[in-house]
Design a protein. Sequence first.
Length: 193
Amino acid sequence: MLLSALAALTVGLGAISVVAGFSDSVPVRLLQGLAVLAAGAVLIGGAVVLAMIYLAGWKEPESEDEFEALVQRTERLAAHSSWAPAHVDEEQRFRAIVRGAIDELPLECHRALEHVAIVFADGGIRRGAYGLYEGDTVARDFFHDRIVIFQDALMRDFGHDPELLKAQVTRTVRHELAHHLGWDENGVRGLGL
């Protein structure tokens, strides 16, 4: 919000400077010149962001049903990726471990996850990651949030020991939840996740 207020102030000061003219005072003229440059940067940056959103085809789902359909489609696409589990039972056991890790979270965390899709995918080995948070944190609600759990990387590194796998899945879920709650990577590491 502070950044938005600063951007609005900059655009306003720049517009006033252009319309009313620049001051005779050198320090004020310098400030006005900086405001005009910053206002231009804000306007161009905003136009670029809007163009990127338009080109990406992003839109707000019209209803909870549409959002749920989007989540289910994502899960289906993730299930049909290039890596396939050796046994369906192994995939179901893995999903049960993730559900258990989520169930063990405190009630406040469940509330924070109400509108966060948790999906399973492969690609963790390629990315060098066990999980991924995509969204803009619980503090902002501009984009849909989701937590991706990379089954391939977790199974490769911890699948040989069910207890280690459960512990790492729990840690990964909590790590990505911390990102959703607003912690950056250094802050999450500071939490021991």
